[in-house]
Design a protein around this ligand. Structure first.
Ligand code: GTR
Length: 389
């Protein structure tokens, strides 16, 4: 059993965060070039070895095919495309089902948001044409998560949306590995200390969405924002950290193993998350249960891997399990890397008031209300993405 969660700031243990800009072993300081050419890769490798597991270099072949499209979606506002990414490797095949909406009014390739959904493409909008692949009997109801995906607002602002169900990549339960993409990779050995888990595979899938964006002439692959809520926010951050083609990265209430500082042990801890979700991280991450101080990184360094690209971190006031203050501090402590690369980050260690977004290159808000991704959150992401468009 893991200990009772701590929700009292005075009980946060004293800790020292690793410095993303600590001098090189020979004592030389990190310049912008030193960050880009050496330190960035070192930190990314530390996250692969100790937290999320290694993303294999070789993977299945991917072929995209458009299986449905309409020029008359959302009452004429959007073009809808339903695309299969067919993966082949190790003699096995899997299919990722991409759902794409593109503004009907456009002058050229458009910027997009991409993110995974929790319960199936049909949940993101009541549009009856959205396909429900697989076992339809168990499928979550159409439009049941539409509150999380303000599709009309996204399209009205000139952005496309590309989404897929996270379970196409790794069904989200401890025995999900075999039904997902893992068997398509050579030597998938779940026992290896740095074997990747669900978050790694979800992130891999987000990079395949980027490949799709690059192949669709209606989309501008140089302007793709990756967004995710909660566990899928952890995946969005890891995708954005590894794949520098993502132009903008958004973490919504991603909490432990996402934006929040692990060493604070506030709300969900490393031990709690590994116990609750043994399939999310690599085996080595489990050795840091109740030993956060031994980690060679902390999550501010994951956010620093996004630099110099625009980054947005959002918390919710009642979402103490995700440690809002730890999410804010993480963005704050990523700031020196943004500054090294010529951008301002967050300049105050004090959190902003509720519902008052701050920041320019690193955006942050804490919204009133619970653990959720809401119209308010999306309004901030649309504003931020439009500013950086
Ligand atoms: C919780 C988990 C969090 C977060 C959340 C979610 O149960 O402890 O880390 O991922 O689920 O995804 O909604």
């Amino acid at each position: 059993m893991t200990a009772e969660p701590v929700y009292d700031e005075t009980l946060v243990p004293a800790h020292t965060l690793p410095d993303p800009l600590a001098p090189f072993p020979d004592g030389s300081i990190i310049t912008a070039a030193g960050w880009r050419n050496v330190r960035r890769r070192e930190i990314r490798n530390l996250f692969a070895e100790h937290v999320y597991g290694r993303t294999p270099g070789e993977g299945p072949a991917v072929a995209f095919r458009i299986i449905e499209s309409s020029r008359d979606a959302l009452g004429g506002k959007a073009v809808r495309k339903q695309v299969q990414a067919v993966l082949r490797g190790n003699g096995q095949t899997r299919t990722l089902n991409l759902l794409v909406y593109i503004p009907a009014q456009r002058d050229g390739p458009v910027p997009s948001f991409t993110g995974l959904n929790f319960q199936g493409n049909q949940t993101i909008h009541p549009d009856p044409a959205i396909r429900v692949p697989g076992a339809q009997v168990d499928a979550a109801p159409r439009g049941s998560k539409a509150d999380r995906w303000p599709l009309e607002a996204i399209v009205d602002r000139g952005f496309a949306l590309v989404t897929l169900h996270c379970n196409d990549l790794f069904p989200d339960h401890p025995q999900g590995r075999a039904a997902g993409i893992a068997p398509l990779f050579p030597q998938d050995d779940v026992q290896t200390p740095d074997a990747w888990g669900a978050i790694g595979m979800w992130a891999w899938g987000l990079s395949r969405v980027l490949d799709y964006c690059a192949a669709d002439p209606d989309l501008d692959a140089t302007r793709v924002a990756v967004v995710g809520h909660s566990r899928l926010g952890k995946a969005a951050l890891w995708a954005g950290a590894q794949d520098q083609r993502f132009a903008l990265v958004i973490s919504n209430n991603s909490g432990c193993g996402g934006a929040a500082i692990s060493r604070r042990r506030f709300g969900e801890t490393v031990a709690a998350i590994n116990q609750g979700f043994p399939h999310w991280f690599c085996p080595r991450f489990h050795t840091y249960n109740d030993r956060e101080d031994a980690l060679p990184i902390d999550q501010h360094m994951l956010l620093a891997l996004v630099a110099p690209r625009p980054l947005y971190v959002a918390s919710a006031q009642d979402d103490l399990w995700a440690d809002p203050r730890g999410e804010y501090l993480s963005a704050f402590h990523a700031t020196p890397v943004y500054e090294l690369l010529g951008h301002t980050g967050l300049t105050s260690e004090a959190m902003p008031p509720v519902n008052q977004p701050v920041g320019s290159r690193i955006g942050y808000h804490i919204r009133s209300g619970p653990h959720e991704i809401t119209a308010y959150d999306w309004a901030q992401y649309l504003r931020f993405a439009a500013k950086h468009r």
